[in-house]
Design a protein around this ligand. Structure first.
Ligand SMILES: [Zn+2]
Ligand SMILES: [Zn+2]
Ligand SMILES: [Zn+2]
Length: 359
């Protein structure tokens, strides 16, 4: 994530909705990838406060910003859609009659905006249902009711709500937005890491497998590295729940779950590629850089803006160890509790080539 500044010079976080220094409302312009403080005119439109700017484009906040404070992105004044490009991809929102759901919704949308911002920075196609009604990207934020399935990768509810992907539809079980529920699930599944952002990154991997790998010239090499995805998914799932991951999984996969099926291996490894490039970009912007001689910068030109793979991974090895040591000093668990093996690095390099390929 790059760093942002208000017009007053104060630094801003991606999630901010107003500047604590000058009090301006803060918003993101998704088209120019700028987050800053705005001046609100007498016409209620928001404009970037630049002295002497000849044409100051008018924006308005997303309807989920003004009505529910769960968004901080802006929309062009002449766009007829009241929602920003992130919110318009959510077709089912949580039931707001339940007061606790607004906070859950906020956390989910904030993580989703981070995902979308990174995907856009990597110049990956984000095609919604309006363009592709069959397999365009869309999100459903669902809630289950009571307790059930012991072994499913779902939080307790009946019928179970699975966080997952099918044909462009990414479903999120909104209980994942509760720290206690998610942590309970993390322990039950024996995972080292479970976050809302991690879920979004993982599920986006399934979406991009369909878009970029299936039936493409990349598919043969995919099968060499990740295995043949034509093996029966439900059989693989049942076997994984019965037997768990092979004992040598750390040498072959990034996580135990990745050993379940080539599609899950792909989605897990994809999520890690996004973890790595986004965190390295944040570090570059914070001037925390060790071996690289160029900053990592996801500004829609990954070929130019992401260093070659070996340097990237060398930097990540240093940065992730540093992060873990810093976290331990604060009494926190490791930020990146993973050690990518040589085989995992080969898979990550495949993703790196795919992301940097001409499209
Ligand atoms: Zn300010
Ligand atoms: Zn929005
Ligand atoms: Zn998955």
């Amino acid at each position: 994530m790059k760093s942002f500044r208000c017009a007053c010079g104060n630094s801003l976080y991606f999630e901010n909705s107003h500047c604590l220094e000058c009090g301006r409302p803060v918003g993101m312009l998704p088209d120019t990838r700028q987050l800053t403080g705005f001046d609100v005119g007498g016409d209620d439109y928001w404009r970037v406060p630049i002295a002497g700017a000849e044409t100051r484009t008018a924006y308005r906040p997303c309807q989920n910003y003004t009505q529910h404070q769960v968004c901080n992105w802006l929309v062009h004044a002449d766009d007829p859609n009241p929602y920003c490009i992130s919110c318009r991809l959510t077709r089912v929102i949580p039931n707001l009659d339940q007061p606790e759901n607004i906070q859950r919704w906020y956390r989910i949308e904030a993580a989703k905006r981070r995902l979308l911002f990174t995907l856009d920075g990597l110049n990956l196609p984000i095609v919604g249902r309006d363009i592709d009604p069959e397999r365009g990207l869309v999100f459903e934020l669902l809630e289950g009711s009571s307790s059930s399935d012991e072994f499913a990768d779902t939080l307790d509810c009946d019928p179970p709500v699975y966080t997952g992907h099918a044909g462009g539809v990414i479903t999120i079980n909104i209980a994942e937005a509760d720290d206690s529920s998610r942590e309970r699930m993390r322990e039950k599944m024996g995972e080292a890491y479970r976050t809302m952002l991690g879920h979004f990154r993982h599920e986006s991997g399934h979406y991009y497998w369909d878009r970029l790998i299936a039936g493409s010239p990349w598919q043969a090499e995919f099968r060499e590295l990740f295995g043949d995805e034509r093996v029966d998914y439900n059989v693989a799932l049942a076997q994984h729940h019965q037997w768990g991951a092979p004992a040598d999984w750390p040498t072959r996969w990034i996580s135990a779950y990745a050993s379940m099926h080539p599609w899950e291996d792909w989605a897990e490894t994809w999520a890690h590629y996004l973890h790595i490039v986004d965190t390295l970009e944040t570090a570059s912007h914070m001037h925390v850089q060790h071996n690289l001689n160029q900053p990592v910068c996801l500004e829609r030109n990954p070929q130019q803006n992401i260093p070659e793979f070996q340097s990237l991974i060398k930097e990540w090895d240093w940065l992730s160890r540093s992060l873990n040591a810093l976290n331990r000093s604060l009494g926190m668990p490791d930020a990146y509790p993973f050690t990518p093996s040589r085989q995992v690095l080969e898979k990550l390099q495949f993703i790196d080539r795919l992301v940097k390929a001409d499209r």
